[in-house]
Design a protein around this ligand. Sequence first.
Ligand code: ASP
Length: 320
Amino acid sequence: MQPILIVQGGAGDITDSRVPGKLTGIKESLRVGIKILENGGSSLDAVEEAVRSMELDENFNTGYGACLNTDGVVEVEASIMDGKSLKSGCVTLLQDIMHPISVARKVMEKTNHTFIGGESAMNFARTQKFEVLPQGSLVTENAKIALEEFKERQRKGLDTFFSRTELDKKQESVGELGETVGAVAIDANGNIAVATSTGGMTGKIPGRIGDTPILGCGTYADNEIGGVSTTGHGETIMRFNLAQRILQRISYKEENAQKATEDVTMEMTKRLVGTGGAITIDKKGDVGVYFTSKRMAWGYIKGNQLVYGINQGETFTEDL
Ligand code: ASP
């Protein structure tokens, strides 16, 4: 099997000034992850490392540079899934932890559980020797500005994501979504893995949990079908089970990864209005990318080609 790695750096109204940083970060993440696959490493290691690379990068909404809740605090969440065993680890409401995806992997490998949140997840991270950074270390100036802008819009009675549906209908600007990160890989042995990590959405209520750590919503991997990582309006994605529905299409309707990703994401926005995006690899090694938001940073490496994009209908290809 030819190894493939696809990554996403979040769906939303990404401003022009943020585009170059996103694309550089996507390429760096692909470089880190594909090296593992090319050296015979597992898809699980590749997706974890690809996501860790974006967690370190303030151009993305997780780890350093993550969104702030209404208290100005970073609360991150993540999930990772192994398509061979269907084992998974999910974490939520972690604070001051740079790499939530690696805590999620430890939940998968070192506990009998699948999902741990809040104080218990923090305690678990400590016992696994993850560094808990000084309070507020992951907060960036950009994240503070985004929260101020969010509060200002709220004061003016403009958009919050709770009224997003109405605003979307009126096609008003609704600001940026959170810009989650994710990776899907298939390795030389045909094993599929998926990892997704996020800071959620600017101005979320403390304790809010989104789609990213929830299996079938933000993340799902099954060697017998494929793998999906999603991004976008979490409340919408959770209600629609976006990742799982894409895989169902591939499985029952025998659609290829692109058609399934496109049709299901479009259907979600048509029915529930909230926007989002997904990246998919099916078990045959076909790739799918689609988003209903204004932009989504994405890229994949298959063979000697790097393919990437960020705007609707735009695809760049580079020979490696
Ligand atoms: N899905 C994430 C959330 O709602 C945000 C994003 O992907 O931009 O938490």
